[in-house]
Design a binder for this molecule. Structure first.
Ligand code: ATP
Ligand code: MG
Length: 219
């Protein structure tokens, strides 16, 4: 898979989406978000990057990095514009977004614009990340919200960081808000349903569902 990404680096004027996440497990909320970003922002590819050891504490059971990577591969296999990278899971220590972005920038150089795709919840944590200022210089952000979601919080945040870090006055240069269909699916809820023997069918791809049952994950 990394070979495919390196091959991509030879092209010019690319728009690459980066979908980072714990993917514990990956579900349709992640896939719809990535697909909408691909279409709405005319991206060339989306690279899914499962985290190795997440810097933020995870509530509940965390499946192994390899299981989360394989589930991400299964979920994205049929989409030729989706790639999965092992760069974070192969690192033994905690991996920060900034390290991954620096790495991607070093391989794509100025040939690609990187778009970090997140849910509205994740973008609001941005100020707690390490090196926010540098992150904003390395990539743009696409923050997914549901129709009817109050985007005021995100707008306040972009105004604040634009001011704090002296970035371009046109804050749209750094953070885009993207409306996606409502999807009240989360990995936390899926793990809870598995523990409680409730159905998870149609919340995540069938292949992922079979994989986690076969490997007895989240029980
Ligand atoms: P958990 O419940 O364990 O936190 P999660 O469902 O939030 O899991 P993550 O792996 O934490 O999934 O999220 C990866 C990225 O996907 C984040 O940017 C998050 O905001 C986004 N995301 C998660 N669920 C959805 C959803 N239903 N719709 C849109 N974006 C989502
Ligand atoms: Mg989450």
């Amino acid at each position: 898979m990394e070979e495919k990404i390196l091959e991509l680096c030879k092209k010019k004027d690319l728009k690459i989406g980066i979908m980072g996440g714990t993917f514990n497990p990956i579900h349709y909320g992640h896939l719809v978000t990535a697909e909408e970003a691909l279409i709405q922002f005319n991206l060339d590819k989306v690279i899914f990057i499962p985290t190795g050891i997440p810097p933020h504490k995870t509530k509940g059971i965390l499946a192994s990095a390899e299981d989360r990577y394989l589930m991400t591969v299964i979920a994205t296999a049929s989409n030729q514009d989706f790639f999965v990278s092992r760069i974070e899971i192969d690192k033994k220590k905690t991996c920060y977004t900034i390290d991954t972005l620096r790495y991607l920038k070093s391989i794509f150089l100025d040939k690609a614009t990187l778009y970090f795709i997140t849910g509205a919840d994740a973008i609001l944590e941005i100020l707690t990340w390490k090196d926010t200022e540098e992150i904003l210089k390395l990539c743009k952000f696409i923050a997914a919200t549901r129709p009817g979601y109050d985007a005021a919080k995100i707008k306040d945040l972009t105004t604040k960081i634009t001011k704090d870090f002296g970035l371009s006055q046109d804050k749209k240069d750094h953070i885009y808000i993207m409306e996606i269909p409502a999807l009240a699916i989360s990995s936390t809820d899926i793990r809870k349903r598995i523990r409680e023997n409730k159905p998870i069918k149609y919340l995540l791809p069938e292949g992922v569902c079979n994989y986690l049952l076969k490997h007895n994950l989240y029980k």
